[in-house]
Design a protein around this ligand. Sequence first.
Ligand code: PRP
Ligand code: URA
Ligand code: MG
Length: 211
Amino acid sequence: MRVHVADHPLVTHKLSVLRDRATQAPAFRELVAELVALLSYEATRDMRVTEVEVETPVATTTGVKISEPLPLAVPIIRAGLGMLDGFVKIVPACEVGFVGIVRDETTLQPQTYAKRLPEDLSNRQCFVLDPMLATGGSLSATVQFLFDAGASDVTAICLVAAPEGVQRMNRDFGDKNVTIVLGALDESLNDDGYIVPGLGDAGDRLYGTAE
Ligand SMILES: O=P(O)(O)OC[C@H]1O[C@H](OP(=O)(O)OP(=O)(O)O)[C@H](O)[C@@H]1O
Ligand SMILES: O=c1cc[nH]c(=O)[nH]1
Ligand SMILES: [Mg+2]
């Protein structure tokens, strides 16, 4: 397993505005889309491509196109849906699968309530989208669904992670072809399972459901 933390002033700037409790849902959604676009650049560095011949108005040259089977984007509903548009803008050729997971607020255990994935994921590069990697339960369950369907190459894009979540992923997938691309690796988790300093509940902030 590999972990890549983006080290770029634009990412850190946008994350700082995202973290600010005064940032309201419309700006929050826009910033999430912009951050996904920046992180996708790093996350797709090893995307598989096939050589193609291209005729320019001047000459024939060799280019590339994204290989088939096409990559699969998997947003973890609900908050991960806020990252889908940003990813699809960068990789319009991708297909999209869905996993719906919510944490039990008391036990912090992930509860899966929806799953719609292609049956056979062998040879598919998969890109999981979820802004928050906290205890790691939700991401670990999702990556396991993908491996169970035959995937062997999974990249997760998360905006903010806690060290506890990264350790959990390393415990579960340390010897697997899994890459985690992060906007920031924060300090810790608090007793309620929230990332510190984090940005609060990403789903609530995206969809305006915070109390
Ligand atoms: O690493 P974990 O401890 O599993 O926590 C992270 C999960 O928590 C949030 O989802 P949440 O359960 O709040 O659901 P929501 O997206 O519907 O708000 C977040 O989007 C992750 O999926
Ligand atoms: O800090 C956190 C932890 C889990 N889920 C969130 O949305 N935020
Ligand atoms: Mg939530």
